[in-house]
Ligand binder design. Structure first.
Ligand code: NAI
Length: 327
């Protein structure tokens, strides 16, 4: 049997946590031969800690053969101790009347503390995925608060947007999701993101040619993917949880176990590729191998794409400027 991998999950008693933990413990994220130890963080309030205890009782009741241990805590230094994977899901939600700026600042406090704790106690190879919104900027803050860790250890979740785009394309083109390759969602996990299927293929044939409808791309597809989160809230009365947990599992599985040469989308600190300034946490097309990601290079950026990529970049730069004084 392999040595257990330590997986830290914050916001463990929340909606996404409830969809995520059981799948991690059953082996869906790291493989059916990989034992895991779950290290779960929740707020210190009694209500949150009681809910966490309940989740841990249910995890126990599943008797997962791969669950080699569990820790429940309100201390990031305990949750992140020797963590190999850290899923930062817990975040401050936007309350009634709360300005976007206040939301950014509240979350900046959380992700500064958590970045510092990761810096102090996590494995030097920890793979960090930030899910809690605003995910890209929270990931940027955590990265900047962890100067002793490689910036490449920090990522933000664009995978839900990628998966949403895949399904919309499959429906429109009448092809199977599994046959689509070479899709990317550029930029911020927000309605400014740019889902881009110019390079995508289904069974090797160009999807752009097959769909052949640029008006649908610009007026239906891009806004639909961008506003899908809001549509789910409107329909369900709650934000996406099972699909968000599923995307987090896809993101870490691909990063850890590889994509076999196929593209996926990850929010990662820019290395300057495609004119995106260094360190901006931006959705890029990547391939993963041996636990590392590489940006897909050499893609043409046409005029429309440049304007879309710059628009989502401008939003990220604005968010970054809003928290700069804290870093
Ligand atoms: P939720 O409110 O059900 O759960 C969040 C949990 O985090 C709560 O139990 C809360 O007590 C806990 N928490 C808050 N601050 C914490 C902290 N500092 N340390 C530890 N735990 C903390 O929310 P839900 O639905 O699970 O969503 C979590 C986050 O994920 C939200 O910020 C949401 O906007 C975001 N999200 C991101 C998506 C993406 O694609 N990047 C998709 C869907 C949601």
């Amino acid at each position: 049997m392999k040595n257990p991998v330590r997986v830290a999950v914050t916001g463990a008693a929340g909606q996404i946590g409830y969809s995520l933990l059981f799948r991690i413990a059953s082996g869906e994220m790291l493989g059916k031969d990989q034992p895991v130890i779950l290290q779960m963080l929740e707020l210190p309030m009694e209500k949150a800690q009681a809910a966490l205890r309940g989740v841990m009782m249910e995890l126990e009741d599943c008797a997962f053969p791969l669950l080699a241990g569990m820790v429940g805590t309100d201390d990031p230094m305990v949750a992140f101790k020797d963590a190999d994977v850290a899923l930062l899901v817990g975040a401050m939600p936007r309350g009634p009347g709360m300005e976007r700026k206040d939301l950014l600042l509240k979350n900046a406090e959380i992700f500064t503390v958590q970045g510092k704790a990761l810096n102090a106690v996590a494995s030097r190879n920890v793979k960090v995925l930030v899910v809690g919104n605003p995910a890209n900027t929270n990931a940027y803050i955590a990265m900047k608060s962890a100067p002793d860790l490689d910036p490449r250890n920090f990522t933000a979740m664009l995978r839900l947007d990628h998966n949403r785009a895949l399904s919309q394309l499959a429906i429109r083109a009448g092809v199977a999701v599994a046959d689509i390759e070479k899709l990317v969602v550029w930029g911020n996990h927000s309605p400014t993101m740019y889902p881009d299927y110019r390079f995508a293929t289904a069974n090797g044939a160009s999807l752009k040619d097959k769909i052949g409808d640029e008006a649908w791309n610009r007026e239906t597809f891009i806004p639909k993917v961008g506003k899908r989160g809001a549509a789910i809230i409107e329909a369900r009365g709650l934000s996406s949880a099972a699909s968000a947990a599923n995307a987090a599992i896809d993101h870490i599985r691909d990063w850890s176990l590889g994509t076999n040469g196929k593209w996926t989308t990850m929010g990662i600190p820019s290395d300057g590729s495609y004119g995106i300034p260094k360190d901006v946490m931006y959705g890029f097309p990547v391939t993963c191998k041996d636990g590392k990601y590489e940006i897909v290079q050499g893609l043409e950026v046409d005029e429309y794409s440049r304007s879309m990529m710059d628009k989502t970049l401008a939003e990220l730069e604005e968010e970054r400027a809003g928290v700069a004084h804290l870093l």
